[in-house]
Design a protein around this ligand. Structure first.
Ligand SMILES: Nc1ncnc2c1ncn2[C@@H]1O[C@H](COP(=O)(O)OP(=O)(O)OP(=O)(O)O)[C@@H](O)[C@H]1O
Length: 218
């Protein structure tokens, strides 16, 4: 599903921040991406999202080489991924329903299809009764579940999560991980950047560890 082959990323100011990174995530696999601050985790996520391009090497997502994607086709490749953030990135002046609907509205789905899919996504994360609420009226764990519903509403084959449990206590973090495992069970591939060593140790998932831009565990 996702392959990094001899990937390097160089910035003029900082030099090589990723050095010869190689890994392969199979469909339906969950992996944690970990490492010290500055190790290159965010850079890996930015390359997958095609917010940045690799300096050398290949990244292959769902059979497509990202280096070959033209800038105007980037939005289409991004639809294969659902993004989840530490700070949820919800629109505070929009309801839960509208937040989750956003990717579908952008993709041009009709009203009925939007409604059906949003309700299905909210059902999956256990928030069907809260669709008219504003995000600030929800707990942190609930806001993150809105973020997850928004990420999966398009049914992407891959989820990319950047410190998704960073603002949550251990109990809520475990709930979020249980949700990820439900998506894994239906074949979604999930990459989770995380510093949360205790959570990583509790879960029996693959760990990709970066150290100064090199993959030292993978
Ligand atoms: N746009 C950029 N221009 C120059 N250097 C950058 C840029 N983005 C990241 N870097 C550098 O690349 C290195 C890796 O940064 P990155 O943000 O990927 O690390 P990280 O593992 O995500 O760290 P953190 O856990 O603190 O978020 C750092 O030395 C950083 O300063």
């Amino acid at each position: 599903m996702l392959k990094f082959e001899n990937v390097y990323k160089r910035y003029a100011e900082t030099g090589d921040v990723l050095k010869n990174v190689n890994f392969h995530l199979k469909q339906g696999e969950i992996a944690f991406l970990t490492g010290h601050s500055g190790a290159g985790k965010s850079t890996v996520l930015k390359l997958i999202a095609v917010m940045e391009r690799a300096t050398r090497g290949d990244i292959v997502l769902d059979g497509q080489k990202l280096s070959a994607i033209k800038e105007r086709h980037v939005p289409y490749i991004r639809r294969k991924m659902g993004f989840i953030y530490q700070d949820y990135k919800l629109l505070q002046d929009r309801t839960v329903f509208d937040n989750v609907a956003l990717p579908l509205v952008i993709a041009g789905y009709g009203h009925q299809e939007v409604s059906r899919r949003v309700r299905a996504a909210l059902d999956k994360v256990g928030l069907l009764g809260k669709e008219k609420k504003l995000p600030l009226g929800l707990s942190g764990g609930e806001q993150q579940r809105v973020g997850i519903a928004r990420a999966v509403v398009n049914k992407p084959p891959m989820i990319i999560a950047d410190e998704p449990t960073g603002n949550l206590d251990p109990e809520l973090s475990a709930e979020i991980m249980a949700l990820f495992e439900q998506f894994q069970n239906v074949g979604v591939t999930i990459l989770i950047a995380s510093h949360d060593i205790s959570l990583i140790q509790k879960m029996n998932h693959r760990v990709l560890q970066l150290d100064h831009g090199q993959l030292v565990v993978g």
